[in-house]
Design a protein around this ligand. Structure first.
Ligand code: 6PG
Length: 251
């Protein structure tokens, strides 16, 4: 069974440009077909360069940000102005620089505690999308060196959540208390793009891309397999250092 498609880039700058191109394509396609784009942003540090790239020309003018609904795949339970806030990073690097409507920025309200924030965010997602099981148009995800994605960590019961769209989560590293979309939500998305960079990710990436189907051995990122959507891994050469099959030549 071949793994998911992987596209390699020579460095993080090329990765950001390649990801920006894919995001422009997905956003325009969604807006054309459905009148808007529901976009889920990734957290962590890798996407910052991408968000800054999207906020500058030539990409900035190629997305109609007034038709984009912005969500997050996960959030750390820290104040929005905390340097570790996924919302705060995206707000500084992208959202404050493009014409997204404030009402279309669906921040996870972590100030009310992880459990209540998860419940509120789930209702916000359902209200905004009008769907009990929302099919996001585009989900951006990162991956940790342990193979986690969003705030779905290896060996945690949250991985097998089959009812809720959003749950509280505990991270093994600070900030420990998080809120995250579940695999149930991720795996009904129309399109998922992973962005992975750095040599520290290479062992986990090789395990994820080369993973078979024995679910019990899979890392959380390998469990992201949209049933009726597309999946594409965008990686730099450093992260791809242990991949065996050069799926796609470096760009
Ligand atoms: C988070 C992210 C998390 C992130 C990975 C990679 O809140 O931390 O959602 O899943 O994507 O940990 O993080 P880096 O991009 O900082 O390596």
């Amino acid at each position: 069974m071949s793994g998911p498609p992987v596209r390699r880039f020579v460095d993080e700058t090329a990765l950001a440009d390649g990801a920006a191109e894919e995001i422009v394509r997905s956003a325009r396609n969604a807006s054309r077909r459905r009148g808007r784009c529901t976009l889920v942003l990734a957290g962590g540090s890798t996407p910052r360069g991408l968000y800054e790239t999207l906020s500058n020309e030539p990409y900035r003018a190629r997305i109609d940000w007034s038709s984009v609904e912005v969500f997050w795949g996960d959030e750390r339970c820290v104040p929005p102005d905390d340097p570790q806030s996924n919302y705060g990073m995206a707000q500084r690097a992208l959202l404050s620089r493009v014409g997204v409507r404030p009402a279309a920025v669906h921040r996870i309200p972590v100030e009310c505690g992880a459990e209540r924030a998860a419940a509120h965010y789930e209702q916000e997602i359902k209200r905004t999308t009008g769907e009990a099981l929302p099919r996001f148009d585009l989900v951006l995800l990162g991956m940790g060196s342990d193979g986690h994605t969003a705030s779905l960590f290896p060996g945690t019961p949250r991985l097998i959540e089959e009812r809720r769209l959003v749950v509280p989560a505990e991270s093994p590293s600070p900030p420990r208390t998080r809120v995250t979309l579940t695999l149930r939500t991720l795996n009904v998305a129309r399109r998922i793009l992973f962005l992975v960079a750095g040599t520290e990710k290479a062992p986990a990436l090789a395990r994820v891309i080369g993973a078979g189907t024995a679910a019990d051995t899979l890392l959380p990122a390998a469990l992201v397999r949209p049933r009726h959507g597309s999946l594409l891994w965008l990686v730099d050469c450093a992260a791809a250092g242990e991949l065996t099959a050069p799926e796609d030549g470096a760009r």
